[in-house]
Design a protein. Sequence first.
Length: 257
Amino acid sequence: MTDFKKIRADFKNDDQVLALTLNSPKGNVLDREMMLELIQALDQQGRASSIKALVLQGAGDHFSFGASVPEHQKEFAPHMLATFHDLFRTLIASNKPCLALVRGQCLGGGFELAMFCHWIFAAEDAKFGQPEINLAVFPPVASLILPHLVGQSTADDLVLSGRSITAPEAKQLGLVYSISADPQATVDEFLFKHILPKSAAALQFAARASRYEMHQTFLRNIAALEKIYVQELMETDDANEGIRAFMEKRKPLWKNQ
C-alpha cells in the first residue's frame, strides 16, 4: 500500500471495499496534495476487480471544511481547479459504487465530493453547505451536479445563498440516505446486506449506468465552468477580495465588480 501523507487508503471486507480517509484533521482541507493522493489511490487501488465499493470519510470530527482557500488565489486557482476536477473524472472512471460517511462539517469541495457519491450516511451532527458565494466565487462541480440530485430550484438555493443545512434537511432533500448516531455501523450494515453479496462486475456496470446521464453532462461541461472561473471570475475585484478577506479574517469590502 502506498504511503500517503494526507489520506489513508485501507482495504476492508476481504479486499472488497476500499476506504479512503481524508486524514488532515481538524478540517481535512482538500488541498492540491490531498487531491493528488486521492487520484493516485483511486487509480492504483480503486480499480481492482475485487473492489465492490468505495467509502469516503474524514478523520476526526469533520468530513471536510472544503478546498484550500489559499489555493483559490488567482495564481493558484487554475492548477487547484484542474486537479480537483480531475478527481471527479477519476471517480467517474472507477465505475464503483461510492458511499460517503459524513460527520460534522461537510462544506464546499468536501460537500461536492460527498454528493458525488451514490449514498451519504450522515451523523446526527452533520452539516452541509456550499459557502463559496460568501467569498465571491462559485462551486463548479455542485453547479453541475446538484440540479440532477435535487432539482434546479433547490440547487439554486444552495449555490446562491451559501447557507448550510442540517442532516435532516439534507435527508428531506434526498441528498442524505441515512442519519444515525453511529454512521460507521450503518455503513457496515448496508455494505453487508446490500453490496457485498453482489457481483463486483455487475455493480461496476450498474454504477456506470445509473449515473450515465449525470456523469456525461458533467464531463461535457466541467471544462467550460472551469474556464469561466479561471478566466472570467478570477479577473474580478470581488473574487480576489473575497479570498483575501477570508485569509485575513476580516469582512470583505465589495466593489461589486
